[in-house]
Design a protein around this ligand. Structure first.
Ligand code: NI
Length: 208
């Protein structure tokens, strides 16, 4: 099972890497790498995004349609994540700050891949540490699995000898979805906040 998951993760990384390769070739080099333009068609007909049904921090059921009309900037992670998630969420927050008034068009969303521990209440506490605008979403394991599958998010409980808890392995990309609900861009992990802000500005200015 673990081997299968690892293979699937590797395959996904290969597909995404191939997508970036296309962007690289079309965009003329490093300046374009990972900025956007992955587009709806990934190599091999792979698509990203789609409908989801989840639960917000008040316990209310929400769907992708709840945020229609806004751009969704989505990141999948978990609140116990020691480093990657906090860094990426800080990047999203800073990028929104640098966007100025345009940021009001964006619904920044953090979807947990660890619903067992990330209850609505736990998520509410967590997201406000980063940004008051940040929307935390959880759900049943099935709801989370479906949402993660739509965005091709790799996630699995990590092997840990630590009796006090567990960590989750997960892929780390920030997804931009248009006001019409279609996938628009994928931002790689470790992108500088200004770079993300610039890419968002380009996308938002081009319209919905
Ligand atoms: Ni993480």
């Amino acid at each position: 099972m673990l081997k299968t998951i690892r293979y699937a993760a590797f395959a996904l990384i290969a597909v995404i890497a191939a997508g970036w390769g296309v962007v690289w070739l079309r965009g003329g080099g490093v300046a374009q790498l990972g900025l956007d333009n992955i587009g709806l068609s990934m190599p091999g007909g792979v698509t990203l995004g789609g409908p989801f049904t989840l639960v917000d921090t008040t316990g209310a059921t929400v769907t992708d349609a709840t945020y229609r009309g806004s751009w969704m900037l989505i990141y999948f992670g978990f609140t116990y994540c020691p480093d990657v998630c906090p860094t990426e969420l800080q990047t999203v927050s800073t990028a929104l700050d640098r966007l100025g008034p345009l940021a009001t068009k964006i619904a920044p969303i953090f979807i947990t891949i660890d619903p067992e521990r990330d209850t609505p209440a736990a998520l509410a506490e967590y997201v406000k540490l980063f940004d008051q605008r940040l929307i935390g979403l959880t759900g049943t394991q099935d709801q989370i699995t479906a949402a993660a599958r739509a965005f091709r998010v790799y996630h699995a409980r990590a092997n840990s000898k630590d009796a006090t808890g567990y960590l989750m392995d997960h892929s780390s990309f920030v997804y931009l979805v248009g006001p019409d609900g279609t996938f628009r861009a994928l931002f790689r992990q470790g992108m500088a906040p200004q770079e993300m802000a610039d890419a968002l500005k380009t996308r938002l200015s081009a319209g919905g």
